[in-house]
Ligand binder design. Structure first.
Ligand code: MLT
Length: 401
């Protein structure tokens, strides 16, 4: 009988988002207002759907049928990505890897490295980083990660490690706090990584929502970052692809360790582990770079940011303390004093039919907060506002504050 991977037993919790789905099931019959998982609320743009359909129909003809595609992605999409952003940093097609989104890439990238690994994680941060290291056995009761305190007193900027670490997971604009690293802050990380020979795995899922001028869109805007950083991007939130699945990883050819090249290893890994992303989806992703579509997508992002701002302003006007929501579609809301994150989650769900994400699900420094998604329609905002108003008027919030 084979032994099952005992590392799973060190995961003493259900995965955050699946636990939330489970918890809200009994309340589905109610008129729930979902500010939980950051999923899209606006439909796919028709021209993108047309590009996908056209590509599907290419499969029906002997002349244009496509079978297995290149494991690291089609050249047409890599070219569009380079032209849009990465060409100006001097990247080439071999450094762009088309993926099914950030999660399946960033959660396995550590397999390129030899254990033991010292992993640095923002606290709070996206829970899959931690959980997948536990499964891999690279985090356990002995090999603890270096948790980078990212709490409110630090302006939600992560604290630099006071030890030498191998892998640093940075997410900016941040999930869940909504805070975004300025150029000056990000440079500190690149300097640290260069000095300590660390690799930064830079999660740029919310890049499209950046509005602040001093916040870089890519880590590669920081000098010398090509020697220490890998960037992960996705079409999920920027173009409504959460259900279609497409993203890309930018792995520079300039990173070498003990005579091995990181880019070559990732290329090898991808060719072994992947048969590539489906051709029609890559055609759809290519379409997002069309200038007219770019304008429409920017409007879509603006509309999400508008709802986020409305929600944040409404909550603040009710006297509630919020953070984030400027460069990301996430608002970090302080819970009333006598509630921890999960208690407030349950309270909002059971009493008001509001779904949020408990901050403590992202790490211990997320305790005392809940995360609200602004990836919502105006109608959802209106409903949420009324529900929060009722909550605040009832005195319940204050009574527990
Ligand atoms: C979130 O709500 O944090 C994300 O949408 C979840 C994900 O991207 O997996």
């Amino acid at each position: 009988m084979p032994n099952l991977n005992s590392s799973f037993s060190h995961l003493n919790h259900r995965y955050l988002f699946s636990l939330i789905s489970e918890k809200i099931k009994p309340f589905q019959h109610l008129d729930l207002v979902n500010l939980g998982i950051g999923d899209i609320a606006r439909p796919l743009l028709k021209p993108i759907a047309d590009a996908i359909s056209l590509a599907v129909y290419e499969m029906t003809s002997l002349e244009t049928i496509r079978g297995y595609g290149p494991e690291t992605g089609y050249s047409f999409l890599k070219k569009a990505i380079l032209k849009d952003e990465y060409q100006k940093f001097g990247f080439c097609e071999d450094e762009i890897f088309i993926s099914e989104g950030i999660n399946p890439e960033i959660t396995v990238f550590h397999e390129l490295f030899q254990a033991p690994l010292k992993v640095a994680l923002q606290d709070p941060s996206y829970p899959a980083y931690y959980d997948t290291h536990v499964i891999a056995g690279t985090i356990d009761s002995v090999n603890r990660p270096c948790f980078l305190n990212t709490n409110h007193d630090l302006g939600f900027y992560p604290e630099l490690p006071n030890e030498k670490v191998d892998l640093i997971y940075l997410c900016s604009p941040n999930n869940p706090t909504g805070a975004a690293l300025t150029k000056k802050e990000l440079k500190k990380w690149v300097d640290y990584a260069l000095k300590n020979e660390s690799i930064i795995l830079y999660d740029g899922a919310y890049e499209a929502f950046i509005t602040s001028e001093d916040v870089p869109r890519s880590i590669f805007e920081i000098e010398n970052s090509k020697k220490c950083a890998v960037e992960f991007r996705s079409f999920s939130k920027s173009a409504g692809f959460t259900g279609l699945r497409c993203g890309y990883t930018v792995c520079p050819i300039d990173i070498n360790f003990s005579k091995m090249n990181l880019n070559q290893l990732w290329t090898k890994y991808k060719t072994i582990r992947s048969n590539g992303v489906s051709y029609p989806i890559q055609r759809g992703a290519e379409k997002t770079f069309d200038p007219q579509i770019q304008v429409a997508l920017k409007e879509q992002i603006q509309s999400y940011l508008k709802q986020t701002k409305y929600l944040k302003t409404a909550l603040n006007e009710m006297g509630l303390e919020t953070f984030g929501g400027t460069d990301a579609p996430f608002i970090f809301l302080k819970t009333p004093q006598s509630y921890n994150s999960w208690q407030f989650f349950d309270f909002l769900l059971e009493e008001f039919g509001i779904v949020v994400v408990p901050g403590s699900g992202f790490g211990q420094h997320g305790e005392g907060y809940v995360r609200l998604s602004g990836l919502i329609t105006e109608a959802t905002f209106e409903k949420a506002k009324i529900k929060f108003e009722t909550l605040v008027k009832s005195g319940l919030y204050e009574a527990h504050h």
